[in-house]
Design a protein around this ligand. Structure first.
Ligand SMILES: Nc1ncnc2c1ncn2[C@@H]1O[C@H](COP(=O)(O)OP(=O)(O)O)[C@@H](O)[C@H]1O
Ligand SMILES: [Mg+2]
Length: 424
């Protein structure tokens, strides 16, 4: 049998809290059986890895594993998604279609947010759990399937049963074994460990030095409530990694990233109304705006350097027509540019590559067609100028980067990168 440690490594699970280890141990134990498992725990605690472990360690591992988010499928189509439908069963059913229970025969189905299943679907599910039988929507032909069910929920199932939103018999059928994952605030020993792991992952992803927490910030991290659990911690680590120029995070800075509601590890009845996807799309737009600003700043720097090098403004103006147009030029144009770029999802991720990796004064922003206009020679001489400026400024300030950066009008982080780049 694989050890808990080996499983953690294989599935990228970080942490050493006893309750986490117990949950993984339970998953390992029940995996070879066909016992139904209910994974419980707040949103963001890492429930999704449990059914994956169970499937991978079972004799079903060579067959299908299907994860279904019961809360995300409209009530009208969920029966057909799960059990399939017969041609003509409803308007638009032009073909007979196999459902997940047919496709995953011999494998495992993970029913996430199972508490959201409509009552009619619960009846069908109970039947398939009891004797492996189901009917396609619009069909009277009984079909057989052999599927193992692992379900998960972040709602209080007893409450749901009380309110007659969930069938009691189905609940007991689903939860032969209960695997509970503790909230992050009850895993004190893991919080900083997880933060460091995420910080180092994002440093790699965004090609920046890793953010570190000051002692006070660590204290704040430990006493914060983390109602969004590991998902929230990961988001905060990502925001800090991308947005903070100073790579040592103080408690003041950290506090500004933590939602106001409840900052301490005290019981609270706060429910966040925004879903994770709302947050992540807002965040993406924010990153996009910031990266755009950075790109504009780089363009401005380039212009300024050209002006310094070549006093003749007319010449510079002519040579950089398109650039000037972009920075100062007509607003209507800018608007469309912005909307267009918001359309492409990948943009956000591709921008850091050229803003961070490549040389600041000659970024290859294909989008604005000026990379082609800069001749290699010019780039080199610009780099030379920049190197000289940085060197002089550092000398003037006895190597104090903060002062030099302020004088040069660039961030400390940029200066840090340049020092590395030019091997100063
Ligand atoms: N122990 C852990 N180590 C590393 N990452 C984790 C851990 N637990 C959760 N995560 C990450 O946190 C996020 C939320 O986990 P998820 O399983 O989707 O939570 P849930 O299903 O309980 O809401 C995912 O990005 C997941 O990879
Ligand atoms: Mg989930």
């Amino acid at each position: 049998m694989e050890s808990v440690q080996a499983i953690k490594q294989r599935f990228g699970i970080i942490g050493n809290a006893p309750a986490l280890n117990r949950a993984i141990e339970k998953a390992i134990q029940v995996a070879p059986t066909d016992i139904s498992v209910l994974v419980t725990g707040e949103s963001g605690v890492g429930k999704e890895s449990i059914p994956k472990i169970i499937h991978q360690l079972s004799h079903r591992k060579h067959n299908k594993y299907i994860a279904v988010n019961c809360g995300a499928i409209p009530e009208g189509t969920i029966d057909s998604e799960l059990f399939g439908h017969e041609k003509g069963a409803f308007t638009g059913a032009s073909q007979t279609r196999a459902g997940y229970f047919e496709v995953a025969d011999g494998g495992t189905i993970f029913l996430d947010e199972v508490g959201e299943l409509p009552l009619t679907t619960q009846v069908r599910l109970l039947r398939v759990l009891e004797n492996g039988e189901f009917l396609k929507v619009g069909s009277s032909k009984v079909q057989k399937t052999n599927v193992r069910i692992v379900a998960a929920t972040n709602v209080n199932m007893f409450e749901a049963i009380e309110k007659e939103k969930f069938r009691e018999d189905l609940f007991y059928r689903l939860s032969t074994v209960d695997i509970n994952l503790p909230p992050l605030r009850e895993r004190q020993e893991d919080i900083h460990l997880l933060f460091r792991k995420f910080a180092s992952d994002f440093a790699l992803k965004y090609k920046m030095p890793t953010v570190k927490l000051s002692d006070n910030a660590i204290q704040l991290l430990l006493k914060y409530r983390w109602s969004g659990n590991i998902r929230q911690l990961r988001n905060i680590a990502e925001q800090l990694s991308v947005l903070e120029q100073n790579r040592t995070i103080t408690s003041e800075i950290l506090r500004s990233y933590l939602p106001d509601s409840v900052r301490t590890n005290l019981p609270a009845v706060i429910k966040t109304s925004k879903s994770e996807s709302d947050f992540s799309s807002e965040r993406e737009i924010l990153y996009k705006v910031l990266f755009d600003m950075k790109s504009d700043l780089n363009d401005l720097k380039k212009l300024t350097l050209e002006l310094m090098k070549n006093g003749n403004t007319k010449d510079v103006e002519k040579k950089n027509e398109s650039l000037i147009q972009k920075i100062y030029g007509d607003d209507s144009n800018e608007d469309t540019d912005y909307e267009e770029s918001l359309d492409t999802d990948t943009e956000v991720l591709s921008i850091p590559e050229h803003t961070i990796e490549k040389d600041d004064i000659a970024p290859t922003t294909d989008k604005y067609h000026f990379a082609e206009e800069i001749e290699e020679e010019e780039t080199l001489s610009l780099q030379h100028k920049e190197l000289e400026l940085i060197k002089k400024s550092l000398e003037r300030h006895q190597g104090k980067r903060k002062l030099a950066a302020a004088e040069l009008g660039i961030s400390e982080r940029t200066l840090y990168r340049k020092i590395k780049q030019y091997d100063l």
